[in-house]
Design a protein around this ligand. Sequence first.
Ligand code: GLY
Length: 334
Amino acid sequence: MNRRKFIKNASLTGAGLAVGSTLIHCAEATSKNEENTAVVDTKNNLPLVIATWHVENATTKAMEVLEAGGNALDAVEQGCMVEEANEKGQSVGKGGLPDRDGNVTLDACIMDKNGNCGAVVYLKDITHAVSVARKVMEDTPHVMLAGEGAKQFAISKGFEPEDLLTEASKKAWEEWKVKSEYKPIINIENHDTIGMLAIDNNGDISGACTTSGLAYKLAGRVGDSPIIGSGLFVDNEVGGCVATGLGEEVVKTVGSFLVVELMRQGKTPQEACEEAISRIVKKPNSNYKAFQVGYIAVNKKGETGSFSIHQWFSMTKFQNGVNEQIQSDYFNKA
Ligand code: GLY
C-alpha cells in the first residue's frame, strides 16, 4: 500500500476521516521506525469489507457500521440484511426464487472472531435469515436450526413472518413450471449467494452468508451456504472465506475451510481460492462446464482474493475509502 496515496484518498472520503486516528498513529510510528512498514501497511488496510457479487449498497452499510466503531460481526450481519431486504435480488431473502413447489426457503449462517457460529436452513417466511442465524449462535446452545423449528424460534425472538414470494418471483416460477426443467444456471441473475467478510479496526474478522438457494430446487434441498466450513469459514488467526455458486460442489470439497487452511499454510488469499477451485474442476468426471462456483477470501493482513470457475463472477471490496466491484479471474478460459 502506498501510504501517501492512502492519505490522499483518505482526505477525500468519509472512510479516511473515520480512520484518521489510525492514520496519524501510523504516520508517527513510521517516522520513529521507518523499517516497520509491514505493521503500518496492515493498519492502513483496515477496516475492510468484501462481499460476493456486485453489492455496493451492502458493503456501504457494513462499512458504515465499522466506521462508527462497530465490530465485524455487526457489519456483516447488517451488510447481508441489505440484500435480504432487496426484493430485486432473486437469490437472497425476500423476492428469492422458490423451490419447485413455489416455497421460498432461505439458508444462512454467521461466524464470529471466536469461532462461534449459527445457521438456519430451510427457513420460510422470515426475510432476515442471517439475523436468525445470529440469534441461534448467541441465544441457544446449538449451531443450526431447520425448517419449522427455525421459523418458530425466529418468531419467538420477535421476527415478523411475511410472504417472501414476490409477484416477480412467482411469475418466473410459473414460467419455469411450463417445462419444469431443472438445471443450475451459471451466474443466475448475476447474483447468487451473498457472502460477506469484514475486518474491524481491532483487526478481528467475522463473516456471514445468506441465500434462497438454487431456484426451483427439490423441496427440502439445502446448499452450502448455511454449512460452516463449506459456504463460510472464519479463523481469526488466519482469515476468512465465503463461497457462491452450486452448493453441492462446495460441500463436496468443504471449500471455505479448505481456503482458510491453505492460507494458514502460507498461501495468499488469491492462491488459496485458485487451489480450492482446482480441487473442484480437476475431480475425475467433473462436470464443471455446467456450473459456477466462486470464492472470495481475506487474510489477517487485509489482503484479499477471489476466483471462480467461469467468467463474470465478481467481488465488491470496500477498503481505504474505495467501494469497488472487482471482476474475478477464472478457470475456464478455453
Ligand atoms: N450457494 C448457494 C446454494 O447452492 O444454495
